[in-house]
Design a protein around this ligand. Structure first.
Ligand SMILES: *Cc1c(COP(=O)(O)O)cnc(C)c1O
Length: 426
């Protein structure tokens, strides 16, 4: 990339959550292979982010490339209204096989935020069809993240999210204090009390509760106790509220189970998937529900579920997703993820002694270091690159979720690089 490419980018192109007035510098990436990003100047970085949870099998995987090439020579896209095609059918067949049994009605969409919008619409339309249109509000917990579109924003954490900015525009939802007991800590029933109170007070107007099972991602990288989700399921049954699990980040093996709800042995009524669905190749998401809910939704006056994106069921994305799901079904992740977990626990234990580290958390292929103070993004980002690693913190959180194929040496380089930067920067 030329200097003028970088200055054009800086002047004209928005990046995620960036300023046009004071943009931080970007690195130029021209290729990516396995766990490495190749920069325009030839340097290689070990990627700790899996491009935000998505590239679980690594970049440029021969099997995923092959799946894309095979499909592109047949057709990249065709509308999904009135038309079906083999890639959508094979992908959905796999999603039905892999998710808990009653979940077998699949709505394909383009991105995680849309999958969340679809889930919320399904829940609302379900209660309209049942003759209880007053059940239209969402319950949720603090520190959640569900995407950047309007309905999704309304259920994101009220403080970290964008509620201040969009007050009066966002739908008003009901929030409970987030669970406080960690994944491995001793369970106490008091942890569910705030949510129980919310159900008692507001169930008559609640369509659903939406939450990220076990690991809350972009709203704070928090990991909570499996009994909490169990208790949520019980509250949903007791008070007639649908359970929406947003597994857009946690799905496809990341937490050590294929889906994080399996840690709690519960089944959601509606499940949102995205991010790693195509192995990180393309934007694709899915919202899956049960036959009973799916059919009820279609009993409103409209007679149909009122949603249908232009690029719904994009054949190219579905073909790659099918191959990625096949690779997951073959099961290598079942040894890779627990192995990464034990390596992360080992490497991250030395962070616990650092005075400016508040907390260290590891679950599956997710490692989180919570600092006492927020990082300086500009300097810390450059320092990671200097160490030959790609880590993108936010606020007080330095975290990684590497590709499942990362080797022990690469993971060690990644963790040592983080250690050097954190000890120096703080
Ligand atoms: C990333 C994410 C979303 C939003 O997905 P996009 O593809 O960015 O729209 C929603 N929920 C969770 C839990 C996520 O991690």
């Amino acid at each position: 990339m030329t200097p003028s490419d970088f200055s054009f980018d800086k002047e004209h192109i928005w990046h995620p959550y960036t300023s046009l007035i004071a943009p931080l510098p970007c690195i130029g990436v021209v290729e990516a292979h396995g766990v490495e990003l190749v920069l325009d100047d030839g340097r290689r970085l070990i990627d700790g982010m899996s491009s935000w949870w998505s590239t679980i099998h690594g970049y440029n995987h021969p099997r995923l490339n092959e799946a894309a090439k095979n499909q592109i020579d047949k057709m990249s896209h065709v509308m999904f209204g009135g038309i079906t095609h083999p890639s959508a059918v094979s992908m959905c067949r796999k999603l039905v096989e892999m998710t808990a049994k009653p979940l077998d009605r699949v709505f394909i969409s383009d991105s995680g935020s849309v999958a969340v919008e679809v889930a919320l619409k399904m829940a609302i339309q379900y209660w309209v069809a049942k003759g209880q249109p007053e059940k239209s509000q969402m319950l949720t917990i603090e520190h959640g993240y569900h995407g950047d579109t309007f309905a999704a924003m309304s259920v994101c954490d009220p403080v970290n999210g964008m509620h201040d900015l969009f007050t009066g525009v966002l739908a008003k939802q009901r929030f409970a204090t987030a669970p406080q007991i960690g994944f491995d800590d001793e369970w106490r029933d008091s942890d569910i009390a705030p949510l129980k109170a919310l159900f008692e007070a507001h169930h008559q107007h609640a369509a659903a509760i939406i939450l990220e099972p076990i690991v809350q991602g972009a709203g704070g990288m928090r990991m909570y106790h499996p009994n909490y989700l169990k208790a949520v399921r019980e509250l949903c049954d007791e008070y007639d509220v649908l359970l929406i699990c947003d597994e857009i980040a946690t799905g496809f093996g990341r937490t050590g189970k294929l889906f994080a709800y399996e840690h709690s042995e519960v089944v959601p009524d509606i499940l949102c998937l995205g991010k790693a669905l195509t192995g990180g190749y393309m934007s694709l998401a899915a919202t899956i529900t049960t036959a009973a809910i799916g059919e009820m939704i279609c009993k409103t006056k409209a007679g149909v579920f009122m949603h249908g994106p232009t690029f719904m069921g994009n054949p190219l994305a579905c073909a790659v997703a099918t191959e990625s799901l096949t690779m997951l079904q073959e099961g290598d992740w079942q040894t890779q993820v627990p192995h990464i977990e034990s390596q992360l626990k080992h490497h991250f234990s030395k962070f616990e002694q650092l005075p400016h580290v508040q907390d260290v958390r590891v679950l599956g292929a997710i490692g989180v270091i919570e600092l006492v103070e927020p990082v300086n993004m500009a300097t810390i980002q450059a320092a990671f690159v200097e160490q030959g690693i790609w880590v993108r913190p936010f606020g007080k959180l330095v975290y990684i979720m590497p590709q499942y194929i990362i080797s022990d040496d690469e993971l060690e380089t990644l963790c040592n690089g983080i250690y050097k930067v954190i000890t120096r920067a703080c």
